[in-house]
Design a protein around this ligand. Structure first.
Ligand SMILES: Cc1ncc(COP(=O)(O)O)c(/C=N/[C@H](C(=O)O)[C@@H](O)C(C)C)c1O
Length: 390
């Protein structure tokens, strides 16, 4: 489970047997036609796949450059790409005969997706969420509780995603016999990064077919925001061998480049290699190697680590990493609203901001696909505050 120097399994001895169980269950399932049939059936009938590839004519004319397409992961059930991974891992939990799932969440999208699937599959569900995130993403929290999930507020540290992830891991250490830790992004010890990327890859597989069907060839460039890295893995990995398809990952530039003001792990050499939370990757850390606080207007990007798969692909230059500042994100969000009648999540608005910077300078005959990882309903209060502040 290594991607260049990143990845691996740095976990306490007590979790080793559960990790091996997941590893073997995943290896068997991904080669079992019956599992894949059930997975595709749930993706279609429960989540509503395939999601559309939407051409944005007004935005294309507005920028006067590349033709702009959106991959509509906002149209999944629960309103984000998180559902792709949760359905996959949920079916794996049934296959392993476990009865309970644990999850961490920041933006609440992974949390609500987990609660929805737990209800549908008859699994007990505990969600760990930073108290600060519970406040700023309360719409999702309300439904998690209505769905029967136990939402545990995390009040340690900065009370955001990293602290929730630590608490979820603590729970799993003592409940791993009957509980599965349903991680929400392509981070953590092996096989989580590969497994989450595998389930999310349905995004890029669909774009391969849709781009040829809609404009006769693969896109010239792909954009995705990068929090933990799962929606980026999902869009990018099916195109990895297509050398003419460029890939741009957009991180959260927050309020500025001082430590604590942003969540930029890979651009600008702001992150350093480190080992934490079960894996090795690029983390934001101080000189002593302590993990640092992060900031983003988008809770889903407010995370100190990043997928080892993305860290490796960025290091070898296959993915170009950039970042978008909070104010650029709000502008991109409101431009999509006004020009195309689509409400993007603040996380996805980072990918929009990154693409909108490039679009005017790209040839008119080029085509870009932006991963619209989620819808903006959860962000009502944050957007309202931001536009008032302008
Ligand atoms: C709509 C939306 N878009 C992008 C992301 C970033 O997660 P990745 O795709 O794994 O980089 C997120 C991340 N959301 C997670 C959550 O809902 O809990 C996040 O906070 C953590 C699981 C990392 C998201 O909700």
């Amino acid at each position: 489970g290594f991607y260049g120097q990143y990845g691996g399994s740095y976990i306490p001895e007590i979790l080793y047997s559960s990790q091996q169980q997941i590893l073997h269950a995943f290896e068997e399932a991904k080669n079992d036609p019956a599992f894949l049939t059930e997975l595709n059936k749930q993706w279609q009938q429960f989540s509503g796949r395939p999601t559309p590839l939407t051409f944005c004519e007004n935005l294309t004319n507005h920028f006067g450059g590349a033709q702009i397409y959106l991959k509509r992961e906002d149209l999944n059930h629960s309103g984000a790409h998180k559902m792709n991974n949760v359905i996959g891992q949920g079916l794996l939990v049934k296959r392993m005969g476990k009865k309970r799932v644990i999850a961490e969440t920041g933006a609440g999208q992974h949390g609500i997706a987990t609660a929805l699937v737990a209800a549908r599959l008859g699994l007990e569900c505990t969600i760990y969420m930073g108290a600060k995130d519970i406040e700023r993403q309360y719409p999702n929290v309300f439904w998690m509780k209505q769905l029967g999930a136990t939402v545990v507020p995390v009040t340690t540290g900065a009370q955001t995603l990293r602290d929730a992830l630590d608490e979820a891991l603590r729970d799993w250490s003592s409940s791993h016999e009957d509980s599965h830790y349903l991680i929400g992004t392509s981070c953590g010890c092996a096989p989580f990064p590969e497994m989450v990327a595998f389930f999310q890859s349905v995004i890029g597989e669909e774009v391969r077919e849709q781009s040829v069907a809609q404009f006769g060839q693969f896109p010239d460039r792909l954009y995705a925001c990068v929090g933990g890295g799962s929606n980026a893995c999902g869009l990018f990995l099916p195109f990895l061998d297509e050398k003419n398809v460029e890939m741009v990952g957009v991180e959260a530039g927050g309020k500025g480049l001082e430590l604590g003001e942003h969540s930029i792990r890979l651009s600008h050499n702001l992150g350093q290699p480190g080992i934490a939370q079960g894996f090795s990757t690029m983390f934001l850390q101080d000189q002593a190697g302590q993990l640092q606080e992060t900031h983003s207007i988008a809770a889903g990007l407010d995370y100190v680590g990043v997928s080892p798969i993305i860290a490796h692909l960025a290091e070898i230059g296959r993915i170009k990493m950039t970042y978008a500042m909070d104010d650029e994100v709000i502008n991109a969000c409101t431009l999509l609203l006004k020009k195309e009648g689509i409400i993007p999540a603040l996380e996805s608005s980072h990918a929009l901001a990154g693409a909108f910077k490039d679009a005017p300078n790209l040839p008119k005959e080029s085509r870009i696909v932006i991963n619209l990882s989620g819808r903006g309903d959860k962000d009502i209060f944050n957007v309202a505050k931001a536009v008032q502040d302008e």
